[in-house]
Design a protein around this ligand. Structure first.
Ligand SMILES: [Zn+2]
Length: 214
């Protein structure tokens, strides 16, 4: 596939996936942003754009150094995406949401910063892996957020930002979106079972999943 065809296909897929997330309430207003790696550079959703009304041509194009070179002005949260691409060569796309359940977990005062969501189902482990660090609160735009995300992303495919929401990477755009959706469902189960006594997957069960599916 030529790079122009590949880029056009990624623009169209980003519009379709964003619209699907919006239709199901994973993103409201202009919250959240999605990016994907190209042969040379990146595409990212524009600042103040709604997932429900994106147009392929409007999506921001960045060069390999994250300089804006085409389309509308990029999301102000572009540095979260840059942190993941810098930390992980396997990262082909990044999804950041303010989705309700994952954000609710990020607001709990007693969340475990190493493991804020228990591994309750195999699908969470298969999509997110063993680690989901909960990072401290950063004011939006705080430059300290980028190195903190990059350090955590070295051995995690997703992070939760306290009082803000998840940032999730995947090998492809579809993988990253599916992982963000699975994280939201896992957060919902975690919250539903907070007053109960769930049986999380045991360390050996998690290791077996990662050895079989990762
Ligand atoms: Zn955000």
């Amino acid at each position: 596939m030529s790079s122009a065809t590949d880029e056009q296909a990624k623009r169209e897929l980003m519009v379709a996936l964003a619209a699907s997330l919006y239709a199901r309430g994973f993103s409201v207003g202009s919250a959240g942003n999605i990016s994907v790696r190209l042969d040379e550079g990146y595409l990212i959703t524009p600042t103040n754009s709604s997932f429900g009304r994106l147009q392929p041509a409007q999506i921001s194009r960045l060069d390999a150094r994250f300089v804006h070179v085409g389309g509308d002005k990029p999301s102000k949260e572009v540095f979260m995406h840059r942190a993941f691409y810098a930390a992980r060569p396997d990262c082909g796309a990044v999804v950041h949401l303010h989705s309700t359940m994952a954000t609710a977990v990020s607001c709990l005062a007693d969340s475990d910063h190493e493991q804020p969501i228990l591994p309750l189902t195999p699908y969470f482990v298969m999509r997110i892996g063993r680690k989901l660090p909960l990072l401290p609160y950063f004011r939006p735009g705080d430059p300290a957020m980028e190195p903190a995300i990059a350090a955590a992303a070295k051995d995690a495919r997703a992070v939760l930002l306290a009082n803000h929401g998840p940032v999730v990477c995947g090998r492809t755009l579809t993988d990253a979106v599916y992982a963000a959706e699975e994280l939201e469902e896992a957060a919902k189960l975690h919250l539903l079972l907070r007053a109960a006594r769930p049986r999380p997957l045991q360390a050996a069960e998690v290791a077996d999943l990662l050895a079989t599916f990762a």
